[in-house]
Design a protein around this ligand. Sequence first.
Ligand SMILES: Cc1cc2nc3c(=O)[nH]c(=O)nc-3n(C[C@H](O)[C@H](O)[C@H](O)COP(=O)(O)OP(=O)(O)OC[C@H]3O[C@@H](n4cnc5c(N)ncnc54)[C@H](O)[C@@H]3O)c2cc1C
Length: 385
Amino acid sequence: MIFPNELEQLVSLTRDIVASDVAPRAAGVDEHCTWPAASMEAFAAAGLLGLQVPATLGGHGQGLLALAAVSAEIARACPSSSLCFGMHCVGTAVIAAKATADQQERYLRPIAAGRHITTLALSEAGTGAHFYLPETQLVKGDTGYTVNGTKQFVTNGSHADSYVVSTLASDGSAAGGDFSCLVVDRDTPGMGWQGDWAGFGMRGNSSRALVLDSVQVPAANLLGAEGDQVWYVFEVVAPFFLMAMAGTYLGVAQSALEAAGAHLRNRRYAHSGAALRDIETLQTRYAKMWIAFQKTRALVFEAAARGDAGDPDALPFLLASKADAGETAIALAGDAMTICGGSAYRDNSRVAQMLRDARASHVMSPTTDLLHLWAGRALLGIPLL
Ligand SMILES: Cc1cc2nc3c(=O)[nH]c(=O)nc-3n(C[C@H](O)[C@H](O)[C@H](O)COP(=O)(O)OP(=O)(O)OC[C@H]3O[C@@H](n4cnc5c(N)ncnc54)[C@H](O)[C@@H]3O)c2cc1C
């Protein structure tokens, strides 16, 4: 797909930042489970944090295609940075969807100016992958709300300036996913962080648990109206999250393809002088990797373009994209491990990291199994839930 000119420039800008600020630190982010502060600072300085902020508020006013394309560029070098950037963008899109004038000034303008990082805190231990069923309680008071609950796996946890939190509707009538979303500012009394993040992969994303103990949130921080937020989940959270993650795993798949190609060209045998690329079995394996990557790339960008255009048939494309990108990333990282041989396996190498990072796709909800289920239902005209 040829991107519109403005998006091509954003992708090119991202590529430059990744080369100068993200790639040199990527191995350290993975090794030490370091939240990628330098990446986020570079994105902020370049104006990329405002990717999803409307142009009238100083942002780029971009949609799903830009999110997928930019995320893919970042993930080619540092999937953790892509995850942190992506969850910030999803949180931004949720705030922007029905922002009041006050929320525009307090959140969206600072985000566009690179002064504010947000993120999404939906998942809970009790309901796991069923992220649309929060158990966190919201009680309405005279001037605002009291929030009680615990969120799991909050990407950018303890580093973001605000957290988009889902709760049960305050009148207690919540059933089948009827809940509210609000923005909780960092360091609000009653917020506490549990444990450190030391994941199998995505080791820089600081996915920590957030305890909300009688946290007081002003009424002005409610997003939309109370109890109407199933709309948020399926109209905003789902498409933006799916495209951020599909782009991220597309980037991992591309880096695996590139690593395999470089090793095939560079590895030579002393006994024959032949390179690995001269071996037919590996030529075939590499071609299959390239085909899988191109098919996934086409699906992801097709889905994003359909979503941006408001195509009523976009849903199965969007659902399938994240599932497919995750599966392709895992398969290609596995192939790259095979092609790159013992050196890649021995050293917990960059290719090994790709395999670990790619595995997050199957457990980050909507998980691969849920996406296949929902895509099938969407195609057959059956309600997703
Ligand atoms: C790296 C990482 C970053 C994350 N970042 C965030 C974040 O920023 N914000 C956030 O809110 N959450 C985040 N999450 C949480 C994530 O989205 C999931 O909520 C979480 O991983 C679910 O874990 P669980 O063990 O409770 O899953 P479980 O619910 O126990 O599921 C276990 C498995 O069962 C499968 N399963 C469950 N029900 C069904 C079904 N009906 N049909 C088919 N299969 C089913 C699931 O697909 C999964 O494979 C993150 C997770 C990870 C790993």
